[in-house]
Ligand binder design. Structure first.
Ligand SMILES: *Cc1c(COP(=O)(O)O)cnc(C)c1O
Length: 435
């Protein structure tokens, strides 16, 4: 089984206590407070190794971690050590990667509305690739690169005409998407690059078919579409593109009913498609985000108040919720939880784990069967490594949680818990209000 097919971090052990990375979760909660994000280093490094091994037959493969899943300096550092490059989408992500000591030639700058300031920063930091998303950006990047007297190596982001949903995918002629060039616009942009945009050096094509993908066949189709486009560009213009970036999207197992393919199955779909289309593409880029970091992360919460609706649900309120994990309220995401300090309990009941935020939709898990919870119990929600901290907010003016890295029974803070002073540090009261 691949790590993305596990609900829990690979080092999770249930003996007397529940431990991850050899660290007792009750102890972590006591020492660092809750809510607390916990990242298991062995799980993170384990999935990196799986990606490397699954694709080792295809030697010109480059792994780029999609930073938007979780972008903190320590995580970047580990992925850099594991040989990954980085897919970034903002000045903030580029800056974090740069400050973590990464060789910036391994960085790609992607996004559908990059600002001039962000493009200038990316040019100054010498990011290796720009994924050019639209006509407006192509002109701007050409101009800004020209001002600095450099040529930017680019990929063209295309909408391949496959729409992926969690369990199935639809192949469409056109996809109504805000990202990338429609296939019918490729000729026009390539002509512009050849005739006018001399500061752009076209290296390849880029696509991303969606997220939390459960069908490896969609990758097979995607590679096919990209291969056909590359071949037709070679025939029409005599340009041999060297790179194909197939994006990320491999799914993870949030609950028992999720059945993502393994990394090996993904690799098989990609290599089979490459053999079938047999075109010369020296380098394939992969950009996994969720599957790399989600299974490595859990969030610890402390239970507080509870309420039983007469003849209805029982709600147990946790000390976090939609501000540290917006996924359930944003897209009905499902999660698996465990009561850390009641491993031996036989007394179960069905409860709804509610968040602490002032919003009815702030529910973390609906109707889950758990040991009877009392105030002060520690709840662990699994698979929160991706798109939790990275999407966190200060809604209700609550401090964002701390994050610790666990490994070999050691725990280290990698993100400090915010303080009340952090929350007001950007506030200004104009002098005229101070009278
Ligand atoms: C979001 C995104 C990814 C990562 O997707 P995951 O589902 O987290 O693997 C990769 N590439 C692009 C272009 C993206 O927008």
């Amino acid at each position: 089984m691949s790590i993305n097919q596990h609900i829990k971090p690979v080092t999770t052990e249930e003996r007397e206590n529940l431990t991850i990375g050899g660290c007792d979760l009750t102890e972590l909660a006591k020492r660092y407070g809750t809510p607390l994000y916990v990242i298991d280093e062995a799980t993170l490094r384990g999935i990196c190794k799986e990606y490397r091994q699954a694709f080792k037959e295809y030697k010109n493969i480059k792994m780029m971690y999609a930073c938007k899943a979780l972008c903190t300096s320590a995580v970047i550092k580990i992925l850099d050590e594991e040989g990954f490059g980085f897919d970034t989408v903002s000045a903030g992500e580029i800056y974090t990667v740069f400050k973590s000591g990464v060789d910036m030639s391994k960085v790609l700058f992607n996004g559908s509305n990059k600002s001039a300031r962000e493009i200038e920063l990316a040019l100054e930091y010498k990011v290796g690739r720009f994924s050019v998303d639209n006509f407006y950006e192509a002109e701007m990047l050409h101009r800004l690169a020209g001002e600095k007297g450099i040529t930017a190596d680019i990929l063209l982001r295309i909408t391949p005409g496959i729409e992926c949903h969690t369990h199935d995918y639809i192949q469409t002629g056109q996809t109504d998407s805000k990202f990338g060039f429609d296939l019918s616009q490729l000729d026009e942009i390539i002509s512009l690059i050849r005739s006018k945009y001399k500061n752009l050096n076209l290296k390849g094509l880029h696509a991303h078919i969606g997220s939390q993908i459960f069908e490896q066949k969609s990758y097979y189709d995607e590679v096919g579409i990209l291969a056909c486009q590359i071949e037709s560009i070679r025939k029409k213009y005599g340009i041999q593109l060297e790179e194909m970036n197939i994006g990320g999207g491999l799914g993870v197992k949030y609950t028992e009913s999720d059945t993502p393919p393994s990394v090996e199955e993904l690799a098989k779909a990609v290599t089979e498609a490459m053999h079938k289309y047999a075109i010369e593409i020296p380098t394939i880029y992969l950009e996994p985000g969720r599957s790399i970091i989600s299974p490595a992360g859990v969030t610890l919460y402390t239970a507080g108040s509870s309420k039983r609706v007469p003849n209805g649900r029982k709600y147990v309120a946790l000390d976090g919720g939609m501000a540290d994990n917006p996924r359930p309220s944003m897209y009905q995401a499902q999660y698996t939880a465990q009561v850390v300090n009641r491993l031996k309990s036989k007394d179960f009941e069905t409860v709804t784990l509610a968040g602490r935020y002032c919003e009815s939709g702030d529910i973390l898990i609906n109707d889950i069967n758990l040991p009877k919870i009392e105030a002060g119990d520690i709840i662990c929600i699994y698979n929160t490594g991706a798109y939790n901290y990275s999407m966190a907010s200060n809604y209700n003016r609550v401090e964002k949680p701390a994050m610790v890295l666990v490994n070999n029974s050691q725990s280290d803070i990698i993100v400090y818990r915010e303080t009340l002073d952090n929350l007001i540090m950007y506030d200004v009261i104009p002098d005229r209000l101070k009278k």
